[in-house]
Write a protein that binds this ligand. Structure first.
Ligand code: ZN
Length: 145
């Protein structure tokens, strides 16, 4: 499959196959006025398959969200068809209003004006806990524990 090279912009690479659409939606790329491409199931040497997103402008992205979804994602900044910078991602210490606590007894389930805040409690296991009720969530696999 041949997808046009971008001259200037961002290439979000090494996305775990199947998660590209989530990132695409989270970054609201369906609403932007410039060219974007989501390429799915690209053969990858070390991962089997991966997804890639190409954005034809240097968008101001909240990288903490990408790190939360999958810290092995890489972001390349492209200028004049050359990669001029690689942005490394890490799990953020805190995420706000990215995932919703699923505990029905949590205060966020009854009070609608409270932000859903999770903090990183175990970097190695990518585990987060709701600051109100300690409900556990694992980033990467994207599931409550
Ligand atoms: Zn909670």
């Amino acid at each position: 499959m041949n997808v046009q090279k971008i001259t200037n912009g961002l290439v979000i690479d090494h996305i775990r196959a199947g998660t590209g659409i989530r990132i695409f939606n989270w970054l609201k790329l369906d609403k932007v006025p410039f060219s974007v491409a989501l390429i799915m199931n690209v053969p990858s040497l070390n991962r089997g398959k991966k997804d890639i997103i190409k954005i034809s402008t240097v968008l101001d992205i909240d990288y903490s969200i990408l790190g939360f979804i999958d810290p092995s994602i890489t972001v390349n900044v492209v200028e004049d068809e050359h990669v001029v910078r690689k942005i490394g991602l890490a799990l953020p210490e805190k995420v706000e209003n990215i995932i919703k606590c699923r505990n029905p007894r949590c205060i966020t389930s009854t009070e609608t004006n409270i932000p859903h805040v999770f903090t990183l409690i175990d970097r190695k296991r990518a585990e987060y806990a709701c600051i109100y009720c300690d409900e556990m969530y694992r980033a990467g696999i994207g599931e409550f524990l």
